[in-house]
Design a protein around this ligand. Structure first.
Ligand code: GAR
Length: 202
């Protein structure tokens, strides 16, 4: 343990690098989480993932906490106020400075967001400001849109409305259905989420 600490501080001294302690909030599969963990391990990545939080123990992505030996914690949002209070306490204890929402399906309160003002980002599966909320791919197909896509944006009190950091457009083909489209968009999400983080910190 002590040796690890010494090694780490030596590494920081030699490289001049100190990564920003980051938490990822998830509710589901966690493919973006896995992708962010892998990204965080490359030398030039500005963040380290030190905490994974979820509103449900059914989130499949929680397995990555065990796989990559990252602290995980589940919060019961049935009591929203308590969940956020406990979450904030843990974030402070773990010295978390940055939060990435990755398929987190709860809407954080104004008060919570204020405490991490400008330090929470989210990935959303649409070309915001189009299709805030759920079922983005079905809505894009039903509206016969030519393009779908994904957006990384800052989180503000208004749902899916904060400033865009990065966005990627993809063409919707005649053969697409919500599942094929979700798959194609997810592939792009995995590219733009790390790229957006690089853009913020470099
Ligand atoms: C992703 O497509 C993400 O953009 C979306 O949930 C999926 C999570 O996938 N997020 C939202 O809809 C948030 N409003 P993952 O669990 O495999 O990362």
């Amino acid at each position: 343990m002590l040796l690890e600490k010494i090694k780490l501080s030596l590494m920081e001294k030699l490289t001049g690098l100190k990564k920003i302690k980051t938490a990822v909030f998830i509710s589901g599969t966690g493919s973006n989480l896995k992708n962010l963990i892998k990204f965080s391990k490359i030398k030039k990545a500005p963040i380290s993932i030190d905490l994974i939080a979820s509103n449900t123990q059914l989130a499949k992505g929680l397995k990555y906490a065990d796989q990559f030996k990252i602290k995980k914690k589940i919060f019961n949002f049935k009591n929203f106020k308590d969940a956020e209070k406990n979450l904030l306490t843990l974030l402070t204890k773990e010295k978390i400075k940055f939060i990435c929402l990755a398929g987190f399906m709860k809407i954080l309160s104004k008060n919570f967001i204020k405490k991490f003002n400008g330090k929470i980002i989210n990935i959303h599966p649409s070309l915001l400001p189009k299709y805030k909320g759920l079922n983005t791919h079905t809505r894009a197909i039903n509206n016969k849109d030519e393009f779908a896509g994904c957006t990384v944006h800052y989180v503000t009190a208004k749902l899916d409305s904060g400033k865009t950091i990065l966005q990627k457009k993809i063409k919707i083909t005649a053969r697409d259905n919500p599942f094929t489209l979700a798959k194609k968009v997810l592939e792009q999400e995995h590219k733009i989420y790390p790229a957006a983080i690089m853009r913020i910190f470099n």
